[in-house]
Write a protein that binds this ligand. Sequence first.
Ligand code: C2E
Ligand code: CA
Ligand code: CA
Length: 746
Amino acid sequence: MPRASLPLSPAKRRFFAQILLPVAAVTAVALVLAAAALFWTVLKTDGISIDRQVRITQNAINRSVDELATQQQTIAVWDQAVAELQKEQPDWAWIDDEMGTWLHRLFGHDQVYILNARDEAVYAMKHGGVEAAGEYLLARPDLQGLVDGARQGLRAQGPGRNGFNAPDQFGRSGRFLEVLGQPAIASAMTIVPSTGAGVQRSGFEPVIVSVRFLAGPFLTELSARNLIEQPRLSRFDTALARERSFALHNDQGHIIGYFIWEPELPGTTILGVLGPVAAVVLVAILILTALLVWSLRRSIKAVEVSERHARRLALHDVLTGLANRTLFNGRLDDALAAVGRDSRVALLTLDLDRFKHVNDTLGHGAGDTLIRDFATRLSALMRPSDTLARLGGDEFAIVLAGVDSVAEIDALCEAILSAVHQPFELGGSQAFVGVSIGIAIAPQDGTDRVELIRKTDIALYRAKDEGRDCYRYFAPAMDEAVKRRSQIDEDLRAALRTGSGLVMYYQPQVAADSRRIVGLEALVRWNHPTRGFLSPEHFIPVAEETGVIVRLGEWALREVCTMSLRWPQLFLAVNVSAAQFRSSGFAERVIAIVREAGADPRRIELEVTESVLLGDQLTRDSLRTLRAAGFTIALDDFGTGHSSLGYLRQFQVDKITIDRTFVQHLGEPDDGDSAAIIVAIVTLGQALGLVVTAEGVETEDQRRFLSRSGCTEMQGYLFAHPIPEAQLAALLDDVADPAVTEPVDI
Ligand code: C2E
Ligand code: CA
Ligand code: CA
């Protein structure tokens, strides 16, 4: 069952797991901690403030008990009061005015009672008005303890110095208690003389009792003095949400009510101020965090893009953008893995013809443009399932997966050839190139990548060998040829190393008029250990291809030097391949070898083909250096290639050799104008002041014709076959005058 959730790409998953989640978590935790710290501070601040307000209120209440007593004391310790109360008929109006109502007026005492020695009320005041003394009976149960306390307090202190109560040693007793069912503070105090003027019987002093109820003016006062907002009292704890309360305990420790008020909450106030700021900061933090995540995401994306780019670079060719060898190998492996009985895979390798020439003449920039344009033209011919790759230089490959017929491949190859034949515009000049294509098909030619590539390469070489600008399918016979070639290469290297098997033959060259031997052409032979006696046609091309020709040529040159010393009256001709000229330091090596052998370069003739003259600047420079060093330059096989008068003048060769194909056809009915060509060559040579040699002279008729045409030297079976040195010595000795200074006449 496929999962319903959307699959996340690995990059996205990594982003979520490694960036988004941690950042979100850290931000959330930080914000929660900050909020918790803020709220904790608010609660703590509020708590401290509430505590302080509770303490202030409690202190205020406690202090009011003392104050109540102090206020009471202003009249309780008073000679005149004692005297008035001792009268038979006290002046109640005076007492009321100076004592009861006075305390109410000045200090707000709610109730004032004056009790006689038997604790009976003789005066009562409530809220500023005189009341019947009997009212006291209602409050008495609540106040009696207080009164007793006042009397006991006085007794405990004992009589004063003069047997009287000292002014500061009065009996008093203040309390916090419930009076008439309401919380109140009350104070009782014996009324005693201030100076000791009057005489009182100890234990029979009148007592003044003051009551202040907490509810009412007291609360207003408390609020104003201590900045306690909206105070109220309640029998039960009825505090609303915005209010706080604490229990009021009477002196016995019983709860007699609750003090309720609206506390000042500085923390909450600060929160009210900070709240919007904090919200703004929070939003800012969230935005910054989002920005951070966004920029991280962007830089991760940038890294991913450059990783992708790097991966692309690793698998693609920079110049053309085509698949490179690595990707090509992978695709080919994949295609080969899918090869079955019904499905075939074709592999094509392509190599541009004359690309090197474009590079050499128009420069590397033009070469790059050509490669790019070629890649574009090829790409246009590809199907989506095909892989086009550039393997390097001017080498390309195509993997055709799922090929149905050879006709399909033929069609593609024809299309490629005709696409390539359109001229390439390279910075103002037009270049014409061709392409050689080698093809191998899986499974018939193999299903292994390396094997298949090797076979397309073989087919490609065959295409090049057979004139280039064409395509060839691999055939098993090609493989044989290749194997033979590599065997020859291997054996040739061994022969050069051991110095066994290679033999130099010499073919005399004679003067046309006298038939005297004037020179010898060195022609190599190879006595192969298993294949027998091999003519150079069988191994020279292989040696040129593999490069071993360089060492073979050096060997030949040394042989020729030795011979030249032995036959100083003859010139010695040696064949030099274009491949030798392409090896670096060629001219210098030739000069060094000749010098080392002690031979005279003027007696040595280098036979080069026209392809050497067509070579690059380096080749032509070497040719000039060698000519300047004294070597004779002979242009071999003249007339078979691109021979032009221009080359002859430019390189100032010393000699031209008419190719033997022209000579062979002399006198035949269908001679293909050989006679005319020979005459033309001779005329040209004479005009340029060159020695003209004819080779392949086999008959007397040929000799006569050539001689009459103006050839100065001849070579061919008519005079002598190529022979080993031993026979040559006999031949020369036989014919020659013992004085070897004279040319030999045959
Ligand atoms: P080439 O330079 O054109 O050599 C002349 C070829 O013509 C020789 O073949 C020779 O045997 C053959 N020939 C001579 N006279 C006659 C004739 O009257 N009739 C016919 N039909 N053929 C005649 P060979 O020896 O097989 O050499 C073949 C080629 O191998 C030479 O062609 C030369 O290009 C190359 N070669 C030989 N030796 C060397 C060498 O030491 N170095 C290099 N680079 N190439 C060599
Ligand atoms: Ca030759
Ligand atoms: Ca020749």
